[in-house]
Design a protein around this ligand. Structure first.
Ligand SMILES: Nc1ncnc2c1ncn2[C@@H]1O[C@H](COP(=O)(O)OP(=O)(O)O)[C@@H](O)[C@H]1O
Ligand SMILES: [Mg+2]
Length: 331
C-alpha cells in the first residue's frame, strides 16, 4: 500500500447541460456524466493505462488528476495527501509534481516560441532558476533526455521546423524539466505518423524507467497499451468496467467490452496489409447525457440478457487475483 502515489475514490465529473425554458420552470437540471464514479490507484514508478473509445471520459479523468477541473464528487489522494480541493498556493506546488502531455503537441505549443522558450517558460513561471546560463543547462539536459541530440541544434527551432515526433519529444522535455513525479499522457502518439509512434513510446518508456516516473497513459488503442503499460483500466461511459495487470487483461479479458476492444485491434495479415477483425459489438457509444439503466453497456452487448438491464448496475468484482470486472454474465 505504501507504494501508492495516487489514489482516486468514487471520482465524478458531471457537466451541467444548458436548460430549456421548460426545464428552467420545472427546476430541472440535466447532466453529462463524463466521469461517473471511478476508483483506482497507481503505484509509484508504474505505467497505468486508461483505455476506451472516444467519449468514455478518459480526458476528463486526466484533467481531474491534473486539477484542471474541479470534481463533482469523490476524492483524490496524491502522495498520501488529500488534493481533491486545493488552495491556489498548494495548487501551484501540485502542478510541479504532476505534468500533462497532450494529444496534439502543435496546438499545445506557441508557434512563435522556439524550443528553448517552450522549455524555459515553466522554469520562469515556477521561479526555478533566475540565471540564464543555468536555465540553458537545464533546457539542454531535458532535450538530451528525450534524445534530441545535439540539443543546441534543436533549441532554436520553432514548432513548424520540427517533425510531429520531434514536437512530441519537446512536449515531453517540457514536462520533464520540472522534475515531476507523475505525468498524465493523453493519447501522446495518436496524432503522430504511424512509423514514428513506436519510437516515441520507446523513448517515453526509457525516460520513465530512468527517472522512476509514474505515468497515467490514456489511449483508445489497446495494441500500444500492452507494450507500454503495467496495468490497464478499461473505461466505458464514465465507469471502469475492467481492471488489472496488462498481460492478464489482454490475454484473459472477462468483460464483453474489453473483448470487443481487443478484437478491434488491427492484425497484420500476410506481412503488410492490416485487416480489422470483426468486432462483436453493436453501434456506437451512447451519449453520456443519457446513460442506459442497469449495465450501461447492455444496449451494445451481444451477450446481454434481461437481468443486464432489469437489475442494478454491476459493480467491479475480483475475478482472479488483482483482476476486476463488472459484468453480470461473466464476472
Ligand atoms: N467541458 C465539457 N462540457 C460538457 N461536456 C463535456 C465537457 N468535456 C467533456 N464533455 C463530455 O464528456 C464525455 C467524456 O469526454 P472525454 O473525457 O473527452 O472523453 P474521451 O477522452 O474518452 O474521448 C463526452 O460525452 C464529452 O462530450
Ligand atoms: Mg480524449
Amino acid at each position: 500500500m505504501d507504494n501508492v502515489i495516487v489514489k482516486v475514490e468514487n471520482l465524478k465529473k458531471w457537466f451541467p447541460i444548458r436548460r430549456t425554458i421548460g426545464e428552467l420552470f420545472r427546476h430541472e437540471q440535466k447532466w453529462v456524466r463524463a466521469v461517473d464514479g471511478i476508483t483506482f490507484s497507481i503505484d509509484k514508478g508504474k505505467i497505468f493505462g486508461l483505455v476506451g473509445e472516444s467519449g468514455c471520459g478518459k480526458t476528463t479523468t486526466g484533467k481531474l488528476l491534473m486539477k484542471l477541473l474541479e470534481p463533482t464528487g469523490g476524492k483524490i489522494m496524491f502522495e498520501g495527501k488529500d488534493v481533491t480541493h486545493l488552495e491556489p498556493e498548494a495548487l501551484k506546488k501540485y502542478r510541479r509534481s504532476v505534468q500533462m502531455i497532450f494529444q496534439d503537441p502543435y496546438a499545445s505549443m506557441n508557434p512563435r516560441f522556439r524550443a528553448r522558450d517552450v522549455l524555459e517558460e515553466p522554469l520562469i513561471i515556477h521561479h526555478i532558476s533566475e540565471d540564464r546560463a543555468e536555465r540553458e543547462k537545464l533546457v539542454s539536459r531535458a532535450l538530451e533526455e528525450v534524445r534530441l541530440i545535439p540539443p543546441e541544434e534543436f533549441m532554436s527551432r520553432f514548432p513548424h521546423m520540427l517533425s510531429g515526433g520531434q514536437r512530441q519529444r519537446v512536449a515531453t522535455a517540457r514536462t520533464l524539466i520540472l522534475s515531476p513525479s507523475m505525468i498524465v499522457a493523453d493519447e501522446p502518439v495518436s496524432m503522430i505518423d504511424l512509423s514514428t509512434r513506436a519510437e516515441i513510446l520507446h523513448m517515453m518508456k526509457a525516460v520513465q524507467r530512468e527517472l522512476n516516473l509514474t505515468y497515467l497513459y490514456i489511449t483508445h488503442d489497446l495494441s500500444t497499451a500492452r507494450y507500454f503499460t503495467d496495468q490497464i483500466a478499461v473505461m466505458y461511459l464514465g465507469k471502469i468496467v475492467e481492471m488489472g495487470e496488462s498481460d492478464e487483461i489482454i490475454d484473459h479479458p472477462v468483460h464483453p467490452y474489453t473483448k470487443a476492444l481487443i478484437a478491434a485491434v488491427c492484425e497484420p495479415v500476410s506481412g503488410k496489409v492490416n485487416r480489422i477483425k470483426e468486432v462483436p459489438i453493436k453501434g456506437e457509444v451512447p451519449s453520456a447525457e443519457d446513460i442506459p439503466r442497469g449495465c450501461r453497456f447492455h444496449p451494445r452487448c451481444v451477450y446481454a440478457r434481461t437481468q443486464c438491464w432489469k437489475e442494478e448496475e454491476p459493480q467491479l468484482v475480483e475475478v482472479s487475483s488483482g483482476h476486476w470486472a463488472a459484468c453480470r454474465i461473466f464476472a
